[in-house]
Design a protein around this ligand. Structure first.
Ligand SMILES: C[C@H](N)C(=O)N[C@@H](Cc1c[nH]cn1)C(=O)O
Ligand SMILES: [Zn+2]
Ligand SMILES: [Zn+2]
Length: 471
């Protein structure tokens, strides 16, 4: 039955068990977008999401995006994207929320203490892959819409929910372009519900790094070789690859590719002052990660290098022997994976050429007869907004109402591949309003969301909808 406006928070408190159960149901679906074998599960997750939005009274369209060329060379059908809406009053503003229900891979043997796809509640936390990134955040939003709708939705709400974010949002840029004069034509604000806070204090995010993801193949012999028979007589593909990967970045995290820092926007004093005022403690980061020494010693420097400068990370090697035991093989073909986080005003196409030219020249110096191939498979641009836009004000008011504190205005080191496209194509304000905690371990072992963030975050989204109606 309808609840009065001030009863919405009570309504949310009263329904928390149901919210936790739904998170359990969603996490149980292993919607890993990187694995072609799991594509049916991603599709199933899209269907579950659709069914829930329909149950909330939403109008839902599932848009097919066609085929994806998987990095393995396989062609597979992309999962559909959900375009949905609740409310269509021309006198009200329209906010479009974006998020994703795919996840990064997770296996118990990676070092999880519990089964990754079974939510376990312990010490006030809900553990499981996707609890924070991003199923928990999407669910908090949907539950908020449901709660607010008990007294009538104060703004028109649209949703774009996808199942390929973790691998670069394949096909979504074209969809945004295609829908700019139809589904997206009346959207006033875009809100991304997929980001963590910097500390226990709620944060509102006005910038995110982009990402250029590279695949570096080295092909040696036609087949794997016995290292007894061939060791000492062949140029090994793995040695070439490790050499090349080691030329990319130095021990202090400085990227060695010529020109890579050229486009980085110059730093100004105002920014450093902003960072100084944020709640963030290196000791908390040490405790969370078990790292005793970071590349930077002060909070301001650490944030600069997380948000404001590019970084290069080496992620893995496909084709390398990685099992237990002592196999004595010389792998014939190995594929290195690395990515470079992008900041304003870097341009992924320029970075693509800088990386390819550099690796080719380093490889030529080595005079190995093996073959290399460099491909950029994701080229997501960085995004930075004006934190004084009206929806940021509504978000600040909502934070104050729910948490009785001022929000920290923060940036994200991670990437929302579609964020910059929203801004460029629609010309509308984009904001990241997330409810993840700073130590949620997104992408890592034992990912979690605290029950506090999940439930109070639901209230935050509810309050935001109401505040947005009155700005
Ligand atoms: C911030 C968001 N939850 C996320 O994890 N995004 C991914 C997107 C991505 C970038 N390159 C490949 N995928 C990330 O930042 O790693
Ligand atoms: Zn995410
Ligand atoms: Zn993620």
């Amino acid at each position: 039955s309808p609840v009065p406006q001030n009863g919405i928070f009570q309504y949310i408190n009263d329904h928390q068990d149901e919210y936790v159960q739904r998170l359990k149901d969603w996490v149980a679906v292993e919607s890993d977008s990187s694995d072609p074998e799991k594509r049916d599960l991603v599709n199933h997750m899209m269907q579950l999401t659709k069914d829930f939005i329909v149950k909330l009274g939403g109008k839902v369209e599932m848009v097919e995006l066609g085929e994806q060329e998987h990095p393995s060379g396989k062609k597979i059908i992309l999962p559909p994207v959900i375009l949905a809406e609740i409310g269509n009053d021309p006198n009200k503003p329209t906010v479009c929320f974006y998020g994703h229900v795919d996840v990064q891979s997770a296996k118990k043997e990676d070092g999880w203490l519990t089964e990754p796809y079974t939510v376990v509640e312990k010490d006030g936390n809900l553990y499981g892959r996707g609890t924070s990134d991003d199923k928990g955040q999407i669910l908090a939003l949907l539950h908020a819409v449901e709660a607010v709708n008990t007294i009538g939705i104060p703004v028109n709400v649209k949703f774009i929910i996808e199942g390929m974010e973790e691998v670069g949002s394949d096909g979504l840029d074209k969809l945004v372009e295609d829908k700019k004069d139809t589904f997206l034509s009346n959207v006033d604000y875009i809100v991304v519900t997929d980001t963590p806070w910097l500390s226990k204090k709620p944060g509102i995010t006005y910038g995110a790094r982009g990402n250029c993801y590279f695949i570096l193949e080295v092909q040696g012999a036609r087949r794997d070789l016995h290292s007894g028979g061939f060791g000492g007589t062949v140029y090994e593909a793995m040695s070439d690859l490790i050499y090349l990967l080691d030329t990319l970045v130095d021990v202090k995290g400085h990227i060695l590719i010529p020109g890579i820092y050229d486009a980085v926007a110059p730093l100004n004093e105002k920014e450093i002052k902003l960072y100084k005022e944020l709640e963030f403690n290196l000791k908390d980061l040490e405790a969370d990660t078990g790292i005793s020494k970071f590349l930077h010693d002060t909070k301001e420097e650490l944030l600069l290098y997380r948000w404001r400068y590019p970084s290069l990370s080496i992620h893995g090697i496909e084709g390398a022997f990685s099992g237990t035991g002592t196999k004595t093989v010389i792998p014939a073909k190995v594929i290195g994976k690395f990515s470079i986080r992008q900041v304003p005003n870097m341009n992924p196409s320029v970075v693509e050429k800088q990386v390819a030219d550099y690796l080719q020249s380093k490889f030529a110096e080595r005079k190995s007869p093996n073959k290399i191939n460099v491909t950029m498979v994701i080229g997501a641009k960085p995004w930075l907004a004006d934190m004084n836009e009206p929806q940021y004000l509504a978000a600040r008011k909502a934070v104050k109402r729910v948490f009785n504190t001022d929000a920290d205005m923060i940036r994200a080191g991670g990437t929302i591949p579609i964020a910059k496209n929203f801004e460029e194509v629609l010309g509308k304000s984009v904001m990241l309003l997330g409810i993840g905690g700073p130590d949620d371990a997104a992408h890592g072992q034992n990912e979690k969301i605290s029950k506090f963030n999940y439930i109070e975050g639901t209230k935050l989204y509810a309050a935001f909808l109401q505040e947005l109606a009155s700005i």
